[in-house]
Design a protein around this ligand. Structure first.
Ligand SMILES: Cc1cc2nc3c(=O)[nH]c(=O)nc-3n(C[C@H](O)[C@H](O)[C@H](O)COP(=O)(O)OP(=O)(O)OC[C@H]3O[C@@H](n4cnc5c(N)ncnc54)[C@H](O)[C@@H]3O)c2cc1C
Length: 473
């Protein structure tokens, strides 16, 4: 048995684990990342980064790497396959960045390697124990002693199961399939390049849906189809080429010729949320903590933002600068966000009509969704832009909201966050109040009645007084 010692062990090198590892490494925390698979599969479930995730990556100077690997920008999202514009939001990134999940992982792992952290591949966490001082994690050939363990090991999380945490939610009845298909020519009605969410997916009014999203090569598409009322006996059974070809012929006609089916996978529509995100020295993040039907393209985005929230708090705890209770705010802040996503996914599922009544409801909902306020509300839900964290009644309304990435003399506010520290924005010359706080003097702040604001490393407003003691010990 090999023996290793570190500060944090992360199980899982998906988007969540890799983002968390980056955040910890940036803060100077020693981290070991374990990945069960010997190499990346090259297959992508997710295809997008939502606006808030683009902002979050920009806060760390990581967005450029994602942009280089992206194949389109789409100026809207969708709610139950009804397009919702991002234009009403005060953001520099009012679009979905089209990027395969595997490329998000590659970008994050590239930055991680630059921080001298290597992913240990072919190393599945098989068991762990914890005591008052730390955790001991075991793989097939290695034992690692650490202060903390983060389970970022996906929906079937070994870490969550070992903790015995309930994983309950809404039982789905249906299933979906995704398949990457290359056609001989652009299929009828499909976009040749991904430019909009309009007519991407259609429903038949009895619970079934089918859609085509153009990918990065000519005539290569992500085919998605499903039935929200029926699921096969074995959800993990292989999706045959015959099944995929049959759906294509029925939906797009005999003349739509398939040249290649690269891969296909089936998934369920259950929603589950871990009863707790923390048990002692062990945390859950990403799909290990929450899973749901991929409506609206939100899961990977949730995971990256979980990692951002946990990263700076865990680093502060390890470095001895976290005030009492700060680490518990990870669950207090992020679990309600996942709960809200699970609710919006449930609403989206209901709007895939399974009865004539629901079809009528969808028609009215679609008309109402055109109203500017409805567009703003729905796009806020799926984009992550409407996420706020709790504030007290006496606090300024900006408290707990995201800092808009406003223009500064040198560029944009996001650049101040590249080191992952707190930033004190002030209109007056101000001494550094704490070694972990960057001071940025500006002519004016985004709120007319605020002259000082302490911003957290994840870009949310801590307070509008500049007080640091309750945030940094
Ligand atoms: C069909 C489909 C389409 C989707 N589309 C979108 C979309 O468009 N947009 C979006 O935002 N989300 C989408 N999602 C959701 C998204 O793919 C997930 O939310 C995302 O992968 C979660 O990332 P994660 O890092 O938390 O978990 P995962 O990506 O599951 O990564 C977990 C990692 O942990 C590893 N692992 C597992 N067990 C162990 C162990 N014991 N030890 C060590 N390593 C382990 C796994 O090999 C894996 O690499 C989609 C999901 C599906 C099923």
């Amino acid at each position: 048995m090999n023996e290793l010692t570190t500060e944090v062990v992360i199980a899982g090198a998906g988007p969540t684990g890799l983002m968390l590892a980056n955040e910890l490494a940036l803060a100077g925390v020693d981290v070991v990342v374990l990945e069960r698979l010997p190499e990346r599969t090259g297959l992508s479930k997710a295809l997008n980064l939502q606006p808030r995730t683009a902002e979050v990556l920009d806060l760390r100077g990581l967005l450029g790497r994602a942009e280089e690997r992206s194949f389109a920008t789409v100026p809207e999202g969708h709610f139950a396959m009804i397009p919702v514009s991002y234009a009403s939001w005060n953001t520099r990134h009012p679009y979905q960045l089209a990027i395969p999940q595997v490329q998000v992982e590659a970008a994050l792992e590239e930055r991680l390697a630059e921080q001298d952290v290597e992913v240990l591949r072919g190393q599945a966490l098989t068991a762990f124990t914890q005591d008052a001082d730390g955790v001991t994690v075991t793989t097939s050939d290695t034992r690692i002693r650490a202060s903390y363990l983060a389970g970022c090991d996906g929906g079937r999380s070994t870490v969550r199961k070992a903790l015995g945490l309930p994983f309950e939610g809404i039982d789905g009845r249906g299933h979906g399939v995704v398949a990457d298909v290359r056609f001989a020519a652009t299929p009828p009605g499909a976009q040749s390049e991904w430019r909009s969410m309009r007519n991407i997916v259609t429903t038949d009014g009895i619970g079934k849906y089918t859609g085509l999203i153009p990918l990065s090569e000519p005539n290569l598409y992500r085919l998605a189809y499903g039935d929200r009322l029926n699921r096969p006996a074995n959800l993990r059974a292989e999706v045959t080429d015959e099944e995929v070809r049959d759906v294509i012929t029925k939906t797009y006609g005999e003349e739509t010729k398939v040249e290649e089916i690269r891969w296909a996978s089936r998934f369920g529509d259950d929603s589950r949320l871990a009863a707790s995100y923390r048990a002692g020295r062990v945390f859950l993040a990403g799909d290990a903590a929450h899973t749901h039907f991929p409506a609206g393209g939100q899961g990977l985005n949730l995971g990256i933002q979980d990692a951002m929230n946990l990263g700076w708090k865990l680093a502060a705890q390890i470095k001895g600068r976290a005030p009492q209770g700060q680490l518990d705010t990870y669950e207090q802040e992020r679990r309600p966000v996942a709960e809200a996503v699970i609710q919006n996914v449930a609403a989206q599922s209901a709007l895939i009509p399974a009865t004539p009544e629901l079809l009528a409801l969808r028609t009215i909902f679609r008309a109402l969704s055109e109203l500017p306020e409805a567009q703003h509300h729905l796009s806020g839900l799926v984009s992550g832009l409407s996420i706020t964290y709790p504030r007290k009644d006496k606090d300024h309304p900006a408290t707990g909201t995201r800092l808009p990435d406003f223009k500064t003399k040198e560029g944009h506010a996001s650049t101040w966050f590249h080191k992952g520290k707190f930033v004190l924005l002030t209109t007056q010359p101000t001494e550094k109040p704490h070694p972990e706080v960057e001071v940025a003097q500006v002519d004016e702040l985004p709120w007319h009645d605020v002259t000082r604001a302490l911003i957290r490393p994840d870009g949310y407003v801590a307070n509008t007084t500049g007080e640091t003691k309750s945030w940094l010990a």
